[in-house]
Design a protein around this ligand. Sequence first.
Ligand code: AMP
Length: 423
Amino acid sequence: MKIAAVRGFRDVLPEESAVWQRMETQARASFAAYGFSEIILPVIEKTELFARAIGETTDIVEKEMYTFTDRDESSLTLRPEGTASVIRAYIEHSLSHREPVSKLFYIGAMFRRERPQKGRYRQFHQIGAEILGRDDPLIDAELVLMLNDFFTTLHLEVAVDVNSLGDAVCRPRYRESLRAFGESKLAELCENCHARLHRNPLRLLDCKEPGCRQAMADAPILTDFLCAPCRDHFARVQAYLRQENVSFALNPRLVRGLDYYCRTSFEVIAQGLGSQNAVCGGGRYDGLVEQLGGPAIPGIGFAIGVERLAMLMQTREHHLSSTPDLFIAPLGAAAESQAFSVARRLRHGGYRVELESSSRGLKAQMRRADKLGVRYVLILGENELAAGKGTVRDMQAKSDWPTAIDLALPAQTMIEAVRNVNS
Ligand code: AMP
């Protein structure tokens, strides 16, 4: 009986993992330019960390976490997101004593027991970044700018939505106004929204039910309720983004249901991904460090969904180059043994080399080279070997060149000679 992977858990095969590598490399480069360092976090945390950080009444904590009881009876959870762990580590290691401002990024697997579909998995990966210790508009703008740089360098066309969620001064007034509006539309709202109405009216704006969306279409918007300092903060964030020509749209319906989320909030949306089209979500969370038992230190961060971004990149560029620079086709045992050393020398020189087994005939070897998309094949037959040379076949020109390549040449010289055979 065949054993398949667990539903919602998937393998990333080589053609996709090449895209992941490119994405990660670019993230590391873009984030380093803004002064971020990597933090590597455990995938398991105490359940209470997420209950406290994400909130008992959220979908994630209520029904999506992979939680289990360890042998010592403690309740543990596979992390559903990264921010809680970053802050737990930040507090645990007193990072605020070392540096007034911490800029940290992470890359890794997250686990949520959602209904699997295209672009939504139960194990997925995020590239996330957090800034702890600053609450000025400049840093909010910098974070969005960094995201923008990252997407631009990858040549991905995305749309950035931003909003301000206000703060503890202005949001309560908005919440009440939204609750009153929701009460007036009670008959049109779904059952979940009835519960949200009392627990967390902001999430009425989040509901995906068409009936609820319609009912809430004319709901009051937060922007109209912002207090003067929040309005000023938001205006300055926008001014910085405009100064650097970052295109963004104001989206007053972009909300996060938790109390400590405040002020700048943003989302990145991509075309061509179907319903799961959000590739990044982020925002400011000034009360969270304190809520997790740390000092009153402000924070802001985002998380990018790796799978969705990979889908986007793959639709754009079909095969990213993991194609070998050279394919070596040995004919016969003696040639194979010689080819073994030549391949190793070229690989040490930094070239990608595919070495085929001599048990396959020349034709079969050429078919494989073709499939790999390799441009040049170095053929080593008995005759060539006797002369210490190999013959090159240019797979694009579909011809053998009489030029014999000296097998004793250093790696770079040999590869250059191979590439120059037809010039
Ligand atoms: P969140 O942590 O929910 O704000 O999500 C941040 C980003 O992670 C989203 O914009 C998605 O790109 C990605 N993401 C969230 N949940 C999933 C999932 N179940 N499968 C794949 N990607 C996800």
